[in-house]
Design a protein around this ligand. Sequence first.
Ligand code: GDP
Ligand code: MG
Length: 397
Amino acid sequence: MEPRGTKRGAGKTEVVEPRNKVSHPAPSLPTDPALYSGPFPFYRRPSQLGCFSLDAQRQYHGDARALRYYSPPPTNGQGPNFDLRDGYPNRYQPRDEEVRESLDHLLRWLLEHRGQLEGGPGWLAGAVVTWRGHLTKLLTTPYERQDGWQLAASRFQGTLYLSEVETLAARAQRLTRPPLLQELMYMGYKFEQYMCADKPGGSPDPSGEVNTNVAFCSVLRSRLGNHPLLFAGEVDCTDPQAPSPQPPTCYVELKTSKEMHSPGQWRSFYRHKLLKWWAQSFLPGVPNVVAGFRTPEGFVCSLKTFPTMQMFEHVRNDRDGWNPSVCMNFCAAFLSFAQNTVVQDDPRLVHLFSWEPGGPVTVSVHRDAPHAFLPTWYVEAMTQDLPSPPKTPSPTD
Ligand code: GDP
Ligand code: MG
């Protein structure tokens, strides 16, 4: 790359404007779907690098203790009859959403496994590290008309870390969440309890509590275009009877949705909900989403499996549908934009990428609190022992 503000080889007396005299509009990234409708980009088949669990007290464990096992009800003629409101609010222990965890649990996993990462020396330095949920938001951005987002970015030892910042609007909505919406959130977790057992071959126990502190997270490696990715995502359960027992292909994502009765309701479901379901499960390579359709009274009376790789078929011929290529091309463009914007390697420096529907992604720059998100314990541990070649005894030792 040529140094900026200079031009060589084009004539020896050419005068070049100093960079600070030329007007530079603040860089931004447009999000219109039409700009991203090229061919589907390269996306490496996601492979699982490891996993971790969070317990009922939200404590980290470097194992699969929180993994649950897919255990759908027997299909003996009639469908299920799950009361999703059972246990609310008496047997509900919701996670404290005021606690900002940022990337902390993922960073702990990374710190403990950085010595055994595949991909060769320097792989991590070229990678993007984030939560799956943040990438999901990027994938759906070209089609999102309601919720904006903010992503904080820091470069440290080459790696680009991306961590979501709750927008003011999202915070206001969370703090004024209507009681009916709170119950609806519970119902989604309750469905998981009806569909999962604690042991392979076991039976679900809907009499227990629903504690949303508990989570099983898969840590995955992939690559989008030329962007190596390391991300973690919460996984609902594994299917002991999956055709292949290898994660992530044995994983199942569980969802609930309103029962539908008219073709118009299905069309709207395909256009909006299936986009979010596809983006969330395609990223980690989770092959199936099992939906429980609930009545207005909150009973799941039917189940339907949506293979992730077939979701697009429902909107392929819909002018107002979504296109996976647009989602992935936009995500790749955002990652390039972020990689080119965050040049300085400094864990205390934050580039905040902000987006509101109808506009482009914009950038602002911050230092330290409140936006810096790489914890001191992580930065210090990573700084103290940089990966070094094996030590050979020297005469002075
Ligand atoms: P998802 O794809 O949106 O479900 O999010 P991920 O699978 O990437 O999860 C990332 C981490 O955030 C995990 O530790 C989850 O337990 C946690 N998490 C999931 N949903 C939420 C949420 O709505 N709010 C907050 N604060 N954390 C969440
Ligand atoms: Mg789920």
